[in-house]
Design a protein around this ligand. Structure first.
Ligand SMILES: Cc1cc2nc3c(=O)[nH]c(=O)nc-3n(C[C@H](O)[C@H](O)[C@H](O)COP(=O)(O)OP(=O)(O)OC[C@H]3O[C@@H](n4cnc5c(N)ncnc54)[C@H](O)[C@@H]3O)c2cc1C
Length: 451
């Protein structure tokens, strides 16, 4: 049996990995458009500095990332973030420390006493029972008050997905939060109940020695596959082969006549998937095309000397702060291997749904925006010794209200085609942990269907 996996990002590679683990005799064909595997996972070394183009790492509060490292026998390469990284900042009118504990929250100048009381009033807000697909803005305002949403949820959304509370479905993007409300009647009640059940520390950010590309390399090394890298899939065609056996033809740029497979998992971006299935499933393609992506760009700077007190994880901005950047990650403080000894490095996030046009500038524009952001947020004017930039015009899929209904309809349409499967971060979670969990489930489901 031959199975094709289209898309060599984290979702496609983990799907392939779990499929082959469950069914070692399967013949895998992996097709990736770009000349390199990894999709949004990519580490670049520049003159002794190490920058991530996309994901910085995964959180250990969910089991998927650690479990995959164990299955890849790669635990020795795991690199936890430093203790310094527990300290985070938010820029509103100035830089403030994000309170990590109730006493720090009560002391924080980020909210007025009345606004803090409103947050505590969450305990008395009844749960919503009509199943409305609320935005994060509606949910946050209703449960915690407008000021909390303006500061905490706004900055958090910018940092996690480049989106805004107004354009994100809370149910699609943060299902656990909605579950806390539904199961326990509220967020505080839910958090107390969970804390009682699961004692122990929360998650920490984890990467790999050598950067997140190490994970991609380990996945590639562990897979026995026929690789077609740098060869975009142009179309997929259902076919009936010898003895009436149904299968698929993956038509690529290099092999337009098609690569024959029995089953196929499309783990490309949603727009890529839409183009691939359009010929035989136009309604599915139309729905895939509705999934919009947030542009986001990353600029990295390396300094061969100490230029700032990078005492923490970094700083996120709020919309009301009217800053040119979404935030700054203090890379050399987060992971020790990001800069040579004595040197410092930062990465600046630009664009998102707040300022999409800023993400789409050329390299000189991105660097100028990043420098302006550093000067305004951190009074950091020093000339960097090394600069790096990475532009993602279609960076992170956005999940607005209606997303989950669209995804359900997409899955139903996929089910109409025997041997066709769909994976990737455009549907049920964008975090690396989500991609790893969904890749596991998909790989095991394909194997079960074939076994
Ligand atoms: C800037 C940024 C920072 C992030 N930071 C974090 C973080 O710190 N922590 C975290 O958990 N998550 C983070 N994420 C999210 C996470 O990195 C992604 O959700 C995840 O890597 C997506 O994996 P994927 O395989 O689903 O999609 P992708 O990585 O997009 O992979 C899809 C692949 O499909 C290929 N493809 C598309 N069309 C075709 C075609 N026609 N034929 C063949 N191949 C095709 C693409 O080239 C691509 O390689 C970040 C994302 C970005 C952009």
């Amino acid at each position: 049996m031959r199975v094709g996996v289209i898309g060599g990002g984290l979702s496609g590679l983990t799907t392939a990995f779990h499929l082959q683990r469950a069914l070692p005799e399967v013949e895998l064909v992996v097709v990736e458009a770009e000349p390199r595997l990894g999709g949004k996972l990519r580490t670049v070394d520049v003159e002794g500095f190490r920058f991530e183009c996309g994901a910085n790492g995964f959180l250990t509060s969910k089991p998927d990332g650690l479990r995959l490292a164990e299955e890849l026998a790669a635990q020795a390469r795991l690199l936890p973030s430093s203790d310094l990284a527990r300290k985070r900042f938010v820029y509103t009118d100035a830089m403030h420390r994000l309170p990590e504990s109730p006493p720090l929250f009560l002391k924080s100048p980020l909210l007025s006493p009345a606004q803090k009381l409103r947050v505590l009033g969450e305990l008395f807000v009844p749960p919503r029972r009509d199943g409305k697909d609320e935005t994060l803005r509606e949910f946050g305002d209703r449960r915690l008050g407008r000021a909390f949403t303006d500061v905490f949820l706004d900055a958090m959304t910018a940092g996690v997905s480049g989106s805004t509370p107004e354009q994100l479905s809370v149910r699609a993007a943060f299902p656990l939060v909605v579950e806390l409300e539904q199961r326990h009647g509220g967020l505080f009640r839910g958090m107390f109940a969970r804390r009682r059940r699961q004692a122990g520390p929360g998650g920490i950010l984890m990467s790999y020695a050598g950067g997140i590309s190490t994970l991609v390399e380990r996945l590639r090394e562990s897979l026995r596959a026929e690789w077609h890298v740098g060869d975009p899939t142009l179309a997929l065609e259902p076919r009936v082969g010898r003895a009436g056996r149904r299968g698929w033809l993956i038509c690529t740029q290099a092999q337009p006549a098609g690569i024959e497979v029995d089953r196929v998992a499309v783990c490309a971006t949603a727009d890529g998937a839409a183009g691939i299935v359009r010929g035989f499933a136009p309604a599915l393609a139309e729905r895939l095309g509705r999934i919009a992506y947030t542009p986001i760009s990353i600029v990295g700077f390396g300094y061969r000397r100490r230029v700032a007190e990078l005492d923490g994880f970094g700083v996120l901005t709020t919309k009301s702060a009217r800053q040119p950047v979404l935030g700054v990650l203090w890379d050399s403080s987060i992971f020790p291997d990001r800069a040579p000894p004595g040197a410092q490095s930062v990465r600046v996030m630009i664009g998102g749904l707040r300022n999409p046009e800023l993400a789409l500038q050329d390299e000189a524009g991105l660097i100028a925006t990043a420098r302006r952001g550093l000067a305004q947020l951190m009074q950091l004017d020093a000339e960097p010794d090394v600069s790096f930039s990475c532009r993602w015009d279609r960076g992170i899929p956005n999940y607005p209200p209606g997303h989950l209904a669209n995804v359900e309809a997409i899955y139903a349409l996929v089910d109409d085609h025997a041997g066709l499967y769909l994976g990737g971060n455009a549907y049920r979670g964008i975090a690396m942990n989500d991609c790893m969990r969904n890749g596991r489930e998909l790989g095991e489901r394909i194997a079960a269907g074939m076994g």
